[in-house]
Design a protein around this ligand. Sequence first.
Ligand code: URA
Length: 205
Amino acid sequence: MKKECLSIVESKCRACRACGLAKTRHNVVFADGNPETAEIVFIGEAPGETEDLEGRPFVGRAGDLLNEFLEQAGISREDDLYIINTVKCRPPENRIPTDEEKTACEKFLNAQIDIMNPKAIVFCGATALKSFWPDPKVQISKIRGNWFDVTINGKEYKAMAIFHPSYLLRNHSMQEGSPRRLMQQDLKEIRNLILTDRVADYAAV
Ligand code: URA
């Protein structure tokens, strides 16, 4: 059922020319993951070059690193996550999407979240977080790793912000308190949420 609803939104999104990014895109990057099994909506910033060419989110260098962290945490990219971005078309030179571009794409993003009705939303990086956080000066390093509630289209969701893997590509340290160590910690927390709910389902049998 979710698949059918999402495919209606996807076909509208593929035809969208509401902002200037439509002129330079090779592909609309709509989503990745299995909407019928995913309990977490994972929101990144915008497609990069590889994503634009392949039409899937997080398949370039940042995506490869994300995959490593997910695997290590025991999170299945294919089954546990529905991965999307704040904007569906690549901003030239990988610049941060403008407010106009984000606004033009908002209806698709909100529809994806609404249809998915996830147990939790993960904001990956500052751009995704700032699309929903009231204070534009929010610092991801202060917020990350903590669950909070976010209201989208009148519905409340549990949410967490985590570092963007591009940031981790520039920060290699694995020392206690380093961004990579914090990423491991945050993904474990997310994995625990997925597992806790599953265990609770079986405990109720
Ligand atoms: N960075 C993002 O935020 N999203 C992608 O899809 C790829 C890189």
